[in-house]
Ligand binder design. Structure first.
Ligand code: GLV
Ligand code: MN
Ligand code: MN
Ligand code: MN
Length: 409
């Protein structure tokens, strides 16, 4: 079975066809979680999986599982998958590659009449990005018992629409209870960083994922007229926010190597050109592979935010809304990935994931591994995100063999 390869062209064609749903002029994809476009993409995936002989089920948080039976269907499945929601200016590969490479594995097993002992599933996890509904990885988190179902369904977007309402609206509030035994889980993904491409390496064997802390901050000052109000009498919430943005960057720089710190969303009220901003809402994203350093960054942030708000006479609401600790992946699954790359003769290296992935939460309830492939210039969360068909194919072949390794007794 080690000689069997997936179909490069078929995988690429599926990615390109799926990428048209939400496709942007710049060649990217905007398919926010639980929008009509997300529904269309889910429908297409379901249609393809059923055509490949799978039975599709949806759970109460909208996760989709397409099952190819095994010899013994009482055994827990080996599951592959990722997400199909994107960033507002996302690409055609982030997430959807892991979903469609799962389908490609199933199609390849069909082509070769291979029966596995365990059933095999390709999956879609709802709202991985966290860009429409925060936090990220909500539904894999519910699956893993990190969040309860009510918490997941009540996540709201900036317009106040909840995940529960939107799941109902698009017809993906499924009947199945969330969470069931999984023999092993594998997620294939583009690296979203520059390492593999720079080192001309085909496969990243993901050993760990870094930890994350997400925050929401609201600063309140006083709206006032931009003309008559003297500079020294102002309580400018945006000025306070801009000082914090600088400090967020400084904290990232001060905790090298490896720390990342970002302010990605700001809302300014009333957002009128001749009104001193009275209120600013913004988000902070901190990441580090070492939990102790991540905690240190947390303390530095709290101190500096309190100091700036105090000095400027601003009121501050500061909340950590999400903490996802660093994740070590399962040794047996990591070995399956490494061995599959080695057997196929692909160049490979161990790598730590900088991004969050559904695999990070599934790792809490099932042995889990990830396969990374290079992407162009290491760019992701950008419409220019791109990857080479041959690299995507190599990753899919590794996924296939890693899955076979876990699904056959
Ligand atoms: C999601 O894509 C994340 O890693 O932030
Ligand atoms: Mn992703
Ligand atoms: Mn992403
Ligand atoms: Mn992600």
């Amino acid at each position: 079975m080690k000689n069997i390869k997936t179909n490069e062209q078929r995988l690429w064609n599926s990615l390109m066809e799926m990428g048209e749903i939400g496709g942007t002029e710049k060649g990217g994809c905007c398919r926010l979680a639980l929008t009509d476009l997300d529904k269309q993409a889910r429908d297409l995936f379901t249609e393809w999986c059923e055509a490949a002989g799978c039975t599709v089920r949806v759970d109460k948080i909208g996760n989709v599982f397409a099952r190819r039976p095994g010899k013994n269907n009482d055994l827990p499945p080996v599951v592959m998958g990722s997400h199909i929601d994107t960033q507002p200016t996302g690409g055609k590969f982030d997430g959807v590659y892991g979903v469609l490479s799962g389908l490609e594995v199933i199609r390849t097993l069909n082509d070769n009449n291979i029966e596995t002992d365990h059933p095999i599933e390709a999956s879609i996890w709802t709202n991985e990005e966290g860009s429409r509904f925060a936090p990220a990885m909500v539904a894999s988190g519910v699956f893993a018992g990190v969040f309860d179902l009510e918490y997941g369904l009540s996540r709201a977007d900036l317009d106040g629409k909840t995940m529960g309402e939107e799941l109902q609206r698009i017809g993906y509030a499924g009947e199945h209870e969330v969470g069931s035994p999984v023999k092993a889980f594998f997620e294939a993904h583009i690296e979203q960083g520059p390492i593999l491409e720079e080192e001309e390496t085909s496969i990243g064997v993901v050993t760990d994922a870094q930890g994350q802390r997400w925050y929401e901050v609201t600063l309140t000052g006083q709206e006032a007229h931009a003309g008559p109000t003297p500079m020294l009498r102002r309580k400018d919430a945006l000025l306070g926010a801009s000082k914090i943005v600088q400090e967020v960057n400084n904290i990232g720089l001060a905790n090298q190597p490896n720390a990342c710190s970002t302010v990605g969303l700001l809302q300014v009220f009333p957002n009128s050109r001749n009104v001193i901003p009275g209120e600013v809402f913004f988000t902070i994203d901190f990441r580090h592979p070492n939990d102790d350093v991540l905690s240190k960054m947390d303390q530095q942030l709290r101190d500096v935010c309190a100091k700036i708000a105090d000095e400027m006479g601003l009121e501050m609401k500061f909340e950590q809304i999400w903490y996802s600790p660093p994740v070590p992946f399962n040794t047996s699954c990591v070995d399956s990935v490494r061995q599959a790359a080695e057997d196929a003769g692909y160049s490979h290296r161990d790598i730590v994931s900088g991004a969050g992935h559904d695999a990070c939460y599934i790792a809490r309830v099932a042995p889990t591994g990830m396969v990374f492939v290079p992407c162009e210039n290491g760019i992701s969360h950008n419409e220019e995100e791109n990857a080479k068909p041959e690299d995507l194919h190599a990753g899919c072949n590794v996924l296939l063999q890693a899955v076979l390794n876990q699904a056959c007794l």
